[in-house]
Every structure is written in C-alpha cells, then in structure tokens.
Design a protein around this ligand. Structure first.
Ligand SMILES: [Fe+2]
Ligand SMILES: [Fe+2]
Length: 192
C-alpha cells in the first residue's frame, strides 16, 4: 500500500525566500542546490554518465543526511520534548535515498533519486518548514549547532552494487516512504 505523503501549501517555493531567513536555512538549502547541480552533472542528460560526480554526490548527500539525522532532528526533539511532526517522513525519505545511493550510476537510479529529492527538499526548505523550525528551536544554541554542522566529516560511502537484491531493497524502501517503486523501472526490465 502506498504511504500518504505530507503535502505543502501554495507558497512553498524556495525562490520566494525572503532575504532575512537565517543562517541554517541558507547553509542547508545551499547544500540542496549544490547537490542538485552535482546530480545533474553525474546524470549528464543524454551524455555519458560521470561516475566521479556521482561518487562526490553520494558522499555529500550522505553527509547532508547525517547532519539532519544526528544534529538537527535530535536537537529539535530535545527542545520540543517530542519529534517535529514531519520527522518520521524525513527519516523514511533519508532511508530511501541511502538505499538508492547503493545503486550503480544509471538512468533509473538518477530518476528515482531526483524524484525523492524533489518531494523531500521542499519539506525542509519551505517557509516555516524543517530548517526554519530547527533554527527557531535552537534559539541561543544556534551557533553551537552551526559549529557541529561545520565539524561534521564526510561520510565514507560503500561502493555501489549492481545486484537484484539491492534493487529490490531500494524498491521496498521507496514504497515505504510513499514514493513510486516503478521509478526504478518495471520489474521485468531489470538487468536485461
Ligand atoms: Fe533531508
Ligand atoms: Fe536536506
């Protein structure tokens, strides 16, 4: 069964961001933009796949996810006394992304990663969304949070794996997070 994904209200575009939005938003949304570019470079529409760009993308995205999972969400939970309402969906999406990053660089993997990011990043970037909530919950601790983020090292990434098992696992976590597992192509087309 397909999970129900959270929806966003109308004025959710990050390009309408007012300049006064704070440092945490700027840093993390800036990383989203860099990751988008890197994914475009790796996928290199219609051209050869850039494996080096894909490897760079994998490492940077896992580090970005680690910052959210190990610094931002725990801080928000500690401050509120309970997780922010969307934390469960974020973690499902992060799990789906981590599973997709185990796939070899191929069009079906890029298509699925792009679709998850296109649904996920606005939940964090929208005005009043995850980054804004984390910034205001951090309050006077924001400098400490920013320092922890700056000190986060790159994440060592396992080599990608070209295997039906890894692809099947990616399909399962995609579906669990409310995304269409058919993003990875029809079952009968795998590994022809
Ligand atoms: Fe995220
Ligand atoms: Fe993010």
């Amino acid at each position: 069964m397909k999970a129900r994904r959270p929806t966003l209200s109308a004025n959710t575009k990050s390009d309408s961001t007012p300049p006064e939005r704070a440092d945490l938003y700027a840093l993390m949304a800036g990383e989203h933009a860099q990751l988008d570019k890197l994914l475009d470079k790796a996928a290199s529409d219609g051209g050869a796949i850039d494996s080096e760009a894909y490897q760079d993308f994998r490492e940077r995205l896992l580090k970005h996810i680690r910052i959210e999972e190990r610094i931002l969400l725990p801080m928000a939970e500690r401050k509120r006394g309970e997780p922010i309402s969307i934390a469960g969906q974020l973690r499902l999406d992060h799990g789906a992304l981590a599973a997709l990053l185990m796939l070899p660089p191929a069009d079906y993997a890029f298509r699925a990663i792009r679709a998850v990011l296109d649904a996920h990043n606005p939940l964090e970037e929208v005005e009043g969304g995850v980054y804004d909530q984390c910034e205001s919950l951090a309050g006077s601790e924001i400098a400490e949070v920013m320092a922890q983020i700056a000190a986060t090292p790159r994440v060592p990434v396992s080599p990608w794996v070209n295997s039906p098992k890894v692809l099947a696992a990616a399909r399962r976590v995609l579906a669990r997070a409310g995304h269409d597992p058919a993003l990875l192509g029809p079952l009968e087309d795998e590994f022809r």
